[in-house]
Design a protein around this ligand. Structure first.
Ligand code: ADP
Ligand code: MG
Length: 732
């Protein structure tokens, strides 16, 4: 069994008066040839955001014709139904986008007839042209509102129907009434009745229809002689569905009963969306058909054995953009649903078979009756002395007339007998009454028998009249063909127009191409000159880069020299600093600091002269420290205090030099030995700063002082410094 995708087409309605009056922006573009719908966000929201593009099997613009949509999209599906395959056409979309317009159209305008009336025409025309086939067409009309099913053709509109399922035929609505229709007028009448019932109880028909799903079902049963010589019955069921508005009802701020209603509508459309998603998702095996009555009823149309067409209706104006996008996304998903269409061959529940069998049975009864009559006739003629062979020439075909004659003859005979009895005066009154009663009874029996036969005949006729057979009479057929011819001519003319239009478009395109080519050549020239310029600039850039490199090298060298210079200067400065810190008294230093200044002209440091007030009197020699101190600290009162260094005039010497006494040699030897120094004292003062100063071999005899050297341990052992540390040496 081959699979077939759900066919999805999109139709965009024209701007309505309200939208035109309010100057709403058109956000939908329909590219019929490419099968594309382009939705561009309104200018004020985002100028730069790219448009969203969707591609479908077909797209229909605001000026599309109803008949074009039918012929291109729906006719093939209805043809499948006429072969015995189930089919579903459903219109989906926001309220006011043209679902009902697409499905039903405008009643009073033949040009605007929608899918459903076009399907009626199509089906009955097909039947009228068929040969050797018997058809039975039935129509049902139901509505699903708040997940409850109502039979729109039933007298009792308060009754709610339930769904049931049979393994061979699948899901069906239990006790749903159907009307046998034999012509377009009859089926249109059925639809009218249903629509009237739909509005019963609805306070606002527009609101009601936007919240309920309407399903018109046409069942076409037909029998044809198979190659096996047996009559086969096939049944195709066509569901024509006008769904509730797909707008989010909860958003409308409904409350109470309205909210309940809204939730249920949402539920069924939500369930429809879930079924579609599950069908296109390879990972999901469970399809939630049972979530709503709508999805259960459409089960074989979505992923089942039916052919399905979905017409998504959208509006063009900017204020509907979000809903439009939702509809398009929803439809885009539906494109991927796969069905496996199957011909319903000899289904058990075919009513055509029941009718055919009943007609055959009744005909058999009639045949039997006429057989009886024939026998009676033979007997009657035999009684009259007629030759029985004459009767054998009578055919069964003139049974009807013969039967009529028979009943008439019998009636006349009984009447004649009655008259004879009444005129026979020899009979006693009682006898006459009895005979007349017998005659009356015979007449009554005769009438009953005749009526029974007539009843059966009427029944057969009624049953047969339900069945449609093809074969129009030749005049109708010719007229029809002429009409078709006209239509074809019309179509050819339209095609010519379209071709012309295309030609014009091609020419326009050629011009555009030429313009583009010119632009391209001029652009090429610009590119060439720009390339030349670029090359020049590039060479310049390279030269500049080389120069920058050289400058950087020179700069680095100069910098290194300067750093060396700075290093030398710091070295000198450190030396000077060392000398100042160690050899210039702090007072002198601060005095010099206060006096020193930099002469910008000469670019030299200079010393200011000492202030005359502080200058001590000139005594021909530099002032003493003790002179300067009181002068600076105690004030100028002491400025004259100056202590001169004068040599003293010593008195003449009046004493003699010391004369040592004479000592005996033995004593003198003993004394010399007592003060004799044993070792030589060596002092190493190479590093006088640290404790590393080493003193070795220091020994003082007889004085009893500390001893160092050989007995005092290793030279590295720390000991008290023998020389005082020099003051203020700056470490290097
Ligand atoms: P829905 O059933 O989706 O709520 P309707 O079919 O009632 O919408 O359409 C709303 C209005 O728009 C109606 O007046 C209808 O005639 C008009 N309309 C819808 N589609 C078209 C179309 N393709 N061309 C002209 N008029 C349209
Ligand atoms: Mg509608």
């Amino acid at each position: 069994m081959s699979s077939e995708s759900v066919k999805v087409v999109v139709r965009c309605r024209p701007m309505n008066e309200k939208e035109q009056a309010k100057y709403f922006e058109r956000v939908v573009t329909v590219k019929v040839k490419l099968g594309q719908i382009i939705v561009k966000k309104p200018k004020e929201t985002s100028a730069s955001s790219p448009p969203t593009i969707f591609t479908f099997d077909s797209v229909y613009s605001w000026n599309s014709k109803q008949i074009d949509l039918y012929n291109k999209t729906c006719r093939p599906l209805v043809n499948s139904v006429l072969l015995g395959i189930n089919g579903t056409i459903f219109a989906y979309g926001q309220t006011g986008t043209g679902k009902t317009y697409t499905m039903e159209g405008l009643r009073n305008d033949p040009e605007s007839r929608g899918v459903i009336p076009n399907a009626f025409d199509h089906i009955f025309k097909h039947i009228s042209r068929s040969q050797n086939q018997q058809y039975l067409v039935r129509a049902s009309y139901l509505e699903i509102y708040q997940d409850e099913i109502r039979d729109l053709l039933s007298k009792d509109q308060s009754h709610r129907l339930e769904l049931s399922e049979r393994p061979d035929t699948g899901v069906f609505v239990k006790d749903l009434s159907s009307r046998v229709t034999k012509s377009v007028q009859e089926i249109e009448h059925v639809m009218k009745v249903g629509n009237q019932n739909r509005s019963v109880g609805a306070t606002n028909m527009n609101v009601h229809s936007s919240r309920s799903h309407a399903i018109f079902v046409i069942t076409v049963e037909f029998s044809e002689l198979g190659v096996d010589g047996v009559n086969h019955i096939k049944v195709g069921k066509l569901n024509l569905v006008d769904l509730a508005g797909s707008e989010r009802q909860a958003k409308t701020g409904a409350k109470g009963e309205r909210l309940k209603e809204a939730t249920k509508i949402n539920q069924s459309l939500f369930a429809l969306g879930n079924v579609m998603s599950a069908l296109v998702d390879d990972r999901t095996s469970h399809i939630p058909y049972r979530d709503s009555k709508l999805t259960r009823l459409l089960q074989d149309s979505l992923g089942g054995n039916a052919c399905t067409v979905m017409v998504a209706n959208i509006g063009p104006a900017s204020y509907n953009m979000e809903e439009t996008l939702t509809t398009l996304r929803y439809s885009n998903r539906a494109k991927n649903i796969k069905n496996k269409p199957r011909i319903n061959d000899d289904p058990k529940d075919a009513q055509l078979r029941e009718i055919q069998e009943e007609v055959a049975r009744l005909k058999e009864q009639l045949k039997k009756r006429s057989g009886d009559i024939k026998k009676k006739k033979i007997q009657r003629r035999a009684a009259k002395g007629c030759n029985g062979e004459d009767l054998e020439g009578e055919t069964e075909d003139d049974d009807g007339d013969d039967n009529g004659d028979y009943w008439r003859e019998q009636q006349l005979k009984l009447e004649r007998e009655r008259n004879a009895i009444m005129e026979d005066h020899s009979l006693v009154a009682e006898e006459e009454v009895q005979l007349l009663n017998e005659i009356e009874k015979k007449m009554e029996d005769l009438r009953t028998e005749r009526e029974a036969g007539e009843l059966i005949e009427a029944k057969v006729k009624a049953m047969e009249s339900k069945l449609l057979v093809g074969g129009e009479n030749i005049v109708d057929h010719t007229n029809e063909q002429q009409r078709m011819l006209q239509q074809r001519k019309h179509e050819i003319a339209e095609k010519d127009d379209r071709e012309r239009e295309m030609q014009l478009q091609m020419e326009c395109r050629d011009e555009e191409t030429l313009e583009l080519k010119e632009t391209f050549t001029s652009l090429q020239q610009i590119v060439n000159s720009k390339t030349k310029k670029l090359k020049k600039v590039f060479t310049k850039l390279m030269a500049m880069k080389a120069e920058i490199h050289n400058i950087q090298d020179a700069h680095i060298k100069k910098r290194q020299e300067l750093e060396q210079n700075q290093y030398d200067l710091i070295k000198k400065l450190k030396l000077k600093h060392l000398i100042i810190e160690n050899f210039i008294p702090p007072e002198k230093k601060s005095e010099l600091d206060s006096r020193v200044y930099f002469d910008e002209e000469d670019e030299h440091w200079k010393l200011k002269p000492i202030t005359p007030a502080l200058k001590p009197p000139d005594y021909g020699r530099p002032p003493f420290y003790h002179t300067c101190y009181p002068m600076t600290k105690l004030g100028s009162r002491y400025k004259a205090v100056h202590i001169p260094t004068l040599k003293l005039d010593l008195p003449t010497r009046t004493t003699l030099d010391y004369q040592a006494p004479v000592v005996a040699p033995a004593l003198s030897e003993a004394l010399r030995n007592s003060v004799k120094i044993d070792d030589v004292v060596v002092i190493d003062a190479s590093d006088c700063e640290g404790p590393a100063s080493t003193i070795s071999g220091l020994k003082k005899s007889k004085s009893g002082r500390s001893r160092a050297g050989k007995r005092s341990g290793s030279p590295s052992s720390p000991g008290p410094p023998l020389y005082p540390k020099c003051r203020g040496l700056v470490p290097r």
